[in-house]
Every structure is written in C-alpha cells, then in structure tokens.
Write a protein that binds this ligand. Structure first.
Ligand SMILES: NC(=O)c1ccc[n+]([C@@H]2O[C@H](COP(=O)([O-])OP(=O)(O)OC[C@H]3O[C@@H](n4cnc5c(N)ncnc54)[C@H](OP(=O)(O)O)[C@@H]3O)[C@@H](O)[C@H]2O)c1
Length: 328
C-alpha cells in the first residue's frame, strides 16, 4: 500500500486535531505544514513531529513530496488555497464550510473535475461510526417514513470580536461555522436536496449572525429545522422523526458517539466510541478514495456540498448577510 503523504495549510487549532488523529490512519504520513509565517509554521511542525514546514501556501503547492492537503485556514482562505493545490495536482480535503459561497464552490469543483483531482469537504460528522448505524436504521425503515429533522448547534463562544467566527472579513458567523453541520446532517437523514428555506438571525456587533434559526423544506413532505449560534449555551442534539419512530442523537450531534432508536415506547441506545479524536474516519475515507482512483467521496459527494452552499447562500440573502467585497 503506497503511503499517502499529507500536508496541512493553516497551522491553527483544528489543524492540531488533524495532526493527532491522522496518526491512527494506516498508510498515511503527515509531512509538512504551511502558514503565512515561517516561525509559526515551524513551531507547529516541531510540536506535531512533522519533518518540514513552509512559509507560504505556494511553497507547499510546489512540494513534490505531498500527495494530499488538508485546508484548515479561516473560511475566506479555502477557495484560493484549494484552487492552487488542485492546479498542482494535489488531492484536497477542505474544512467546512467548503467555500464562502456557492459561486466559489462551483468554480472550485469545476477546477478539480477538469484537473482530475480528488476534492472533498471535511464534514467529519458524516463519517463518524454512529452515523453508519443511523444510516442502517433509516435504510431498514426502522422509524418509517422520515417527516421531520431538527438539529441544534448552540454554544456560547468567546465573544472577542477579533476572533475568526465573529469576524466578517474572515466570513465568520453562526451559519457558515455551525449551521453547516445542521444542514449537512439533515441532508444525510432526508436523502434529498432542500427545496426551499427561510431563516431569521440576530447579529453580533461585528455584523455577523450570532444566532440563526431556519426552516428547510425537502421533497416528499419532509421539514427540516435548525438553530445555531455562539451567543448562548443551548441545545446540541439532532432528532430524526419518522412516522413510526424516532432517532435521537442526544448531545453534540456533530461529534456524536451515541444515538437512540425509539420505536413503540421502547428505546435502544448505542455507543460508538472513536478510535482517536474523530477526524480519523474522514481521513481514512479520503485515503480510500485516493487509492480507488475516485475523484470524490460517495459518502460526501460534491453535489451535496454544493446543495449546502446553495442553501446557505439563500439563507444569507434572507437575513441580509453579505461579506465584505462579496457579490452574493
Ligand atoms: N471540523 C471541526 O470540528 C472544526 C472545528 C473548528 C474549526 N473548523 C474549521 O477549520 C478552519 C480553521 O479554523 P480554526 O478554528 O482552526 O482557525 P484558527 O485557529 O484561527 O487557525 C487558522 C490558521 O490559518 C492561518 N491563516 C491563514 N490565513 C489567515 C487569516 N487571514 N486570518 C487568520 N488566520 C489565517 C493561521 O495561521 P498563520 O497565521 O500562521 O498562517 C491560523 O493559525 C475553519 O474553516 C473552521 O470552520 C472545523
């Protein structure tokens, strides 16, 4: 089995988790990290045992010893870095949200398709073991016809306006940061693209959405609803309601290790612990696809990523959130 040699772009907090979790994935090595500053990239490389580092994204793109990159910069950096890597023939795993808007997403997907390069959104939740059980319950008709999916991702975050998630110049805000999980996992549960949506939001002083609530209509009479935000400690569960039962992910659905199937008053709870921190499953899927010669993952198809980006664009139009310099 050929070792897949990975690099990271963006030596920040989530990149550290990637660097730890990749250690348990067979057939991988983490070779390098690129940032905007040689000292910070070097410190990250030292702390995580990487053999080398780069002081720019372009340097990493030109590193012939890298097969695949994980992009972990703030949202506004995803598109340019991913396009550069694709142009150099490197496989790309890009953090959520895939891009800032669907216009960028379409262009990036086209570039990867034209170049024949693997591309996937790092929506790690999709690959967690508990969702394999949930997928089987849905396929078996354990809860009957799905009619409603609700999800919440409400956590009180640090309120420092300079931080990434409150900064409009970095495409911060609750929808792109947290709502993206709600939409992607609703899509997973419903198995169809959204038809229409409506959204309402409360804005932080910085101008980004700090609380957002949305309803989404899906084909076949299915309704999705979700709320997300950094302003208050709240719910983090997901419920898939069917005509004959319920699947409930009671806490932190985006990082779930447990779920319950409730049918006819009887509840069955499963526990599916992670091997490492949880990113190992998406990394393993990207490696599997690369070895199989696939250009996208059948478990996180680019068409679904694009549907999510389209839904987030229309919700942002509804709440009037356009980022600096953006044409939405
Ligand atoms: N999957 C998950 O569970 C999860 C969790 C948190 C975040 N995320 C996603 O991961 C990405 C990174 O989030 P994070 O929390 O790790 O961010 P972070 O801690 O701020 O790290 C981002 C890194 O990107 C680099 N960077 C490049 N351009 C930058 C810019 N214009 N401004 C600031 N930093 C810049 C910085 O390193 P240099 O300055 O050294 O270049 C920084 O260390 C985001 O897309 C976020 O939505 C995913």
């Amino acid at each position: 089995m050929k070792t897949i040699r990975w690099g990271i772009i963006g030596p920040g907090s989530i990149a550290r988790k990637f660097a730890q979790d990749i250690r348990v994935v067979p057939g991988c090595s983490l070779e390098s990290v690129a940032g905007r500053d040689a000292r910070r990239a070097g410190a990250f490389a030292n702390a995580n045992g990487l053999p080398r580092h780069h002081a720019s994204v372009r340097e990493l793109a030109e590193d012939a010893g890298i097969d695949a990159v994980y992009i972990a910069t703030p949202h506004t950096g995803h598109f340019e870095s991913a396009k550069l890597m694709v142009a150099q023939g490197k496989a790309v795993l890009v953090e959520k949200p895939f891009t800032v808007n669907s216009r960028e997403a379409v262009e990036l997907i086209q570039a990867a398709t034209d170049a024949g390069v693997f591309l996937m959104e790092a929506l790690w939740t999709r690959f967690l073991p508990v969702y394999e059980d949930i997928q089987q319950w849905l396929a078996d008709g354990a809860i009957g016809r799905v009619r409603m999916v609700s999800a919440a991702f409400c956590v009180r975050g640090n309120q420092d306006a300079s931080l990434r998630w409150l900064n409009p110049a970095l495409a911060g805000g609750a929808l792109l940061d947290l709502g993206v999980y709600c939409l992607a996992m609703q899509r997973f549960a419903v198995g169809a693209a959204p038809l229409s949506s409506c959204a309402t939001a409360v804005f932080a002083p910085s101008g980004v959405d700090e609380l957002l609530s949305a309803s989404v209509s899906y084909p076949g009479g299915v309704l999705g609803q979700f709320s997300c935000g950094f302003a208050a400690h709240g719910d983090t569960s997901m419920t898939i309601a069917g005509e004959s039962g319920t699947i409930r992910v009671p806490v932190s659905f985006f990082a779930a290790r447990t779920a319950s199937l409730v049918v006819g008053g009887e509840s069955r709870t499963i526990e599916r612990p992670f091997l490492a921190g949880g990113f190992e499953y998406q990394i393993a899927e990207a490696c599997r696809c690369l070895r199989a010669g696939l250009l996208e993952s059948p478990r996180m198809p680019l068409a679904e990523t694009l549907e999510t980006m389209n839904a987030m664009d229309s919700m942002r139009r509804a709440i009037g959130l356009v980022y600096p310099g953006e044409v939405l």
